[in-house]
Design a protein around this ligand. Sequence first.
Ligand SMILES: [Zn+2]
Length: 300
Amino acid sequence: MPELPEVETIARTLAGEVESRLILGVDVLDQSAIVPDLDAFRALVLGRRIARVDRRGKLLLLHLQAGGGKDGGTIAVHLRMTGRVLALPSTKEPADADALSAHRPRVILTLSDRGQGGMFLLFADVRRFGRMHAFAPGVGPGSIDCWPFYRDLGPEPLLLSAQDFRACLAPSGQSSGKKSRARIKALLLNQGVIAGIGNIYADEALFRAGIRPDAVAGGLSVRRLDRLFAAIRSVLTQAIAENGSSIRDYRDAHGDAGAFQNHFRAYGRGGEKCLDCGAVMRSMRVAGRTSTFCPHCQTS
Ligand SMILES: [Zn+2]
């Protein structure tokens, strides 16, 4: 569920808490939460410094540093449906254990004191679909650049030009046939086409652009694709400014909820009145996902 704005918010709230700290301990309470196995995971991350926290698509990335400031590899957290990453200050009191277990963590990283006390980084995940992957430094085998999911991610929507966006959806050349018949929402959800957009922001952007989720991408004019691109950028930017959308589980690294759910105009509004024209919003399945749209405002 966490999409680009939620993962961006987690990265921003986590960075201030954990950057420059050393990873002193690795407690894995659920071995299915980590890749590779426990011994290899520990060997990759123990004693490394968290140099920088950022995001690629819906992946949260912790860039690690080894001794002497050398590249120390990467931890990539795939939050999937209900994953949370929390930073909890260590109080060095017995209350710590209770405070940690209340979050039902799958993994706990114990981080060094930075002058203001130690810190725990928790990975919690009620539905247990998420994963914490550790990768070796460099670009060879075992590095993040060799992970197919990461390597094949499409471009970042906030770093694209309108022209590049159109090229992602309908490239010229041999592969254009299949893509041009695809439904626009299916392409927006495909992380290999464009990274970071999921069901919420696809529905919201398509509503704002006046395009039905099941419109054939290849049939959309340049003008309409440009309008969609502008809608994607504006909805993602606004959602980041609101610290993401909290509809169920999502919280930032401080445990705080986002507020963009208060600005939803399409997502989850099937059967309700369109905020623009008053028509009843409809839902249908596109690319296996429930998609909500206004039959009056959104035309193919
Ligand atoms: Zn409408």
